[in-house]
Structures are given as C-alpha cells and as structure tokens.
Design a protein around this ligand. Structure first.
Ligand code: ASP
Ligand code: MG
Length: 437
C-alpha cells in the first residue's frame, strides 16, 4: 500500500500531447511506474485534440448533426493501441450521447451543457491512463476532480476554483490507495453542476491539487525540454532556462509563453512548492525548476502572444465605481486587466477579438480606435527599455504601441503579426544573447 499522509507526495501533470497515442501513454506509464515509491499523484488532460473535437461535436449537435462517432473512434483507437478493453468507455459514451441528443432536440447549447460535453475528454483520459497503469500491474484509480472536492464558482467555461476545495481534496485523497489519476480542467459548482476552468486549465488543476496536499513538487510533463528563453519556433537561438523564480515564470506565462497555464504559478508560489517543466521524452533530464529563488542569474525571456487586438479609447473610462465595473465587464470578455493602462486620456485595451468584446466596447459609449491582427512581444527581466527600442528600430519593426505591464513593469510591444518573428528575434538578441557583465 502506498503511504498516504506520511510525507509530501509529488504531483505529475501530463498534457494532451503526451497522451496522444499508445506509445505516448506508455511513456507516461513508465514515468509513473518508476516513481511509485514516492506515492505520485497524476493529473491528466484530455488526449490531444479531444477537447476541441468535443467542442465542435457540441456545436454540430446544435445544428442537428450527430458527430459523436469522431470522439468514439479517437478513444477506441487509443484503447486498441494499448490493448485495453474496447468497451471500457461505453458508459461515458452513452452519457455523452444522451446530452448530445438533448442538444439536438432543442437546437440550443447552454454553458452548462458545453462544460458537461467538454468534461468527457479528461474523464476518458483519466480512465485510459489508470487502466494502462493497472495493465502494467500497478494499482491506480481514475478520479473525477469534482468527486475529490474541486469546487468552483458557476462561471461555466471560465470557472474559478474556490478556496474551500483544498481541505476537501486533502482529506479525500488520503482515502485512495494506489496512484490517483485525476481529471484536469474540470470541477463542479456548489450545486454539483460540472464546470471547466478554461482552455489549457489542467496545469491549473495540477497546481491547485499540489497546493491542497502540500506536494513535494509539481512536475508539468510536456513535449518540450522545459521553459525556453523564447518560443524556438520564432527564435531559433532560444535556449533552455534551467531554473527561474515564480515571478519570472508568472511573467513569462502571463505574456503568452504557452509552456504553462498563466494561473498555474500562483498556487505553487503561495504554498512554496517547487514546480518543474520536464520533457516526457527525456524523463531523466531536469528540465526547468521553478522556485522562490531568483533562478539563473540572468534569467531573461521573450514571451509572445498572437491574435491581439488593441483598442485605443478616446478618453479614460470614467472613474470610481463606473471605471471598476467597466473594467470588470471587459475582463469578462477576456481582456487581461494587466494590459489595461491609462495613457493620459486614453486607455489601451488588449485582447483577442470576440463579438462579445465588440459589444462591451460599444457599451462604453466612447470613440474607439481598433487595430487588429497584432502580436505582442513582452520582455521579461529587461534591463533597459531604450535598448529594446533601439533593437526594434534597427530591426525595422513597426511598433504600434508599447506599455509597461504591471505588476513588474514588463515592457510589452505590439507589432504587426507578420513582423512577430523579427521583433522577437531582435529583442531576444539584445537581452538574451549578449555577453553579460
Ligand atoms: N483539455 C483541455 C484543453 O484542451 C484542458 C487542458 O488540456 O489543459 O483545453
Ligand atoms: Mg493542454
């Protein structure tokens, strides 16, 4: 039997790409098998692509089409590759079929139904991973996070986890024998209705579960070797960061470094739990360690975000309550409050475009100037903004806007999408590739 409360347990989170096929799930199984003496807790995403498939299956149901088969085939083929019982997910498919039939009948999809449909990705992958571990002779149990006590508000699609979850998770987890394989991304509100934490939310689930049980470490297993100084697809000279502080990791992810969910760092920081980003293909490599320490002496990085719209407002949105409420409404449309800044009489709103955001901007009753198809380049740990300005100027980058994002005054530059790679490369060369004194 695995010891329960005796000593801190590690949490291992596996993303969808690391569960994409039979070989991938076997790699995950091997990583967990090797760590059995540490009493690991696993948290899993849906298998690659499944959440998006489920989303379109739900939309198809609204339009009267039954596309459940796509989801079934994806999982059936994974079960076949792992030589697991092909019928093992039938109960879940039957439940999904019932919801989809209801959606088709009403030609309408509520936010609750959408979350219910999306939840099947993680609920299925947790069962597949646990069954594979059983198959290897390890004791493992799939657990739906809401059965463990992960409680959220009722904001479907973007639910926030409530603090009372921690105590519930801590005591519930102590009751399970073997490796718990917990669903990421999903929770339930106080009425027991399913919610989801927002796309890529499994990292956040893992961090919250880690915080709840005072884990020894939370490892985020990815296909990449760790956190890089920049996205290597944009910046070929990007290099791996061996260690970084919570603050640096939070800044990198907040500004779009896709390696980790932006909110996943906070729970680790609150609890002082080390985080690690490691590569499923090189499990003995240390990856990137995230702790309170300031990390590499010169840990600096460039984070990029695409598909950005900037709205310049003719003047600031009032003051006092009016301002607070208006900003809250914009935040509900996905505007990142950290990018809302006063520029004299102007307010710069940065967000991915949505019709909902368009309506919210219209509702402000102000003249708004929009610039779409932009990308943002944020420089974490920059020494001087003048140096960055000079680098961008000599790289002939047409900077459309620039501001310092709180809380760390990180300089952010909005540039035309097609100039993103060039912009990222020149600032990376200036801050991450120079000989440091
Ligand atoms: N499966 C969810 C998504 O694709 C959550 C996650 O992968 O973290 O967004
Ligand atoms: Mg993911």
């Amino acid at each position: 039997m695995i010891p329960t409360t005796a000593r801190p347990r590690p949490v291992h989170k596996f993303g969808g790409v690391s569960l994409t096929d039979g070989a991938a799930v076997r790699r995950v199984g091997a990583i967990l098998a090797e760590r059995v003496p540490d009493a690991p807790v696993a948290v899993v995403s849906a298998i690659e692509g499944v959440t998006s498939i489920l989303d379109s299956v739900a939309q198809a149901a609204v339009e009267g089409r039954d596309e459940l088969g796509v989801v079934r085939v994806r999982h059936r083929s994974l079960l076949a590759q792992l030589q697991l019982d092909p019928e093992m997910l039938n109960r879940h498919f039957a439940e999904l079929a019932t919801i989809l039939a209801a959606i088709r009948a009403r030609k309408q999809l509520t936010a609750l139904e959408r979350d219910h449909v999306l939840s099947f990705g993680e609920r299925a992958s947790a069962r597949v991973v646990a069954a594979h571990l059983n198959d290897r002779g390890l004791r493992a149990v799939p657990i739906d996070a809401y059965d463990l006590g992960l409680l959220s508000d009722s904001n479907h699609g973007r639910a926030k986890v409530l603090s009372q979850s921690a105590e519930r998770i801590r005591s519930a987890l102590a009751r399970f024998d073997g490796i718990p394989v917990i669903t990421g991304f999903v929770a339930a509100d106080e009425h027991g209705r399913l919610t989801t934490l927002g796309r890529n939310g499994s990292d956040l689930s893992a961090a919250l579960i880690g915080e709840a049980i005072a884990a020894s470490e939370v490892t985020f297993w990815k296909e990449v070797g760790g956190v890089m100084t920049a996205d290597p697809k944009l910046v070929p000279n990007a290099r791996l960061l061996r260690s970084m502080s919570y603050a640096q990791a939070a800044e990198m992810t907040r500004h779009g470094a896709g390696v980790l969910h932006a909110d996943a760092v906070r729970p680790l920081e609150r609890a002082g739990i080390p985080g690690r980003v490691a590569c499923v293909r090189q499990p003995s490599d240390a990856g990137t360690l995230v702790t309170r320490e300031s990390g590499e002496r010169f840990a600096r990085g460039v984070a990029c975000r695409r598909g950005v719209t900037i709205a310049k407002l003719a003047r600031a949105i009032g003051s006092g309550d009016r301002r607070v409420n208006a900003i809250a409404a914009l935040e509900r449309c996905g505007v990142d409050a950290l990018h809302v800044e006063d520029h004299g009489a102007e307010l710069l709103v940065v967000a991915p475009w949505s019709d909902e955001l368009g309506r919210a901007l219209l509702g402000l009753g102000l003249r708004v100037e929009l610039e779409r198809d932009l990308a943002c380049v944020a420089v974490i740990g920059a020494r001087s903004v003048a140096e960055l300005d000079a680098a961008l100027l000599s790289g002939h980058v047409d900077v459309r806007a620039r501001w310092n994002a709180e809380p760390s005054a990180t300089p952010v530059f909005a540039v035309p999408s097609e100039q993103l790679a060039r912009a990222a490369q020149v600032v990376h060369a200036a801050v991450c590739e120079t000989q440091l004194a």
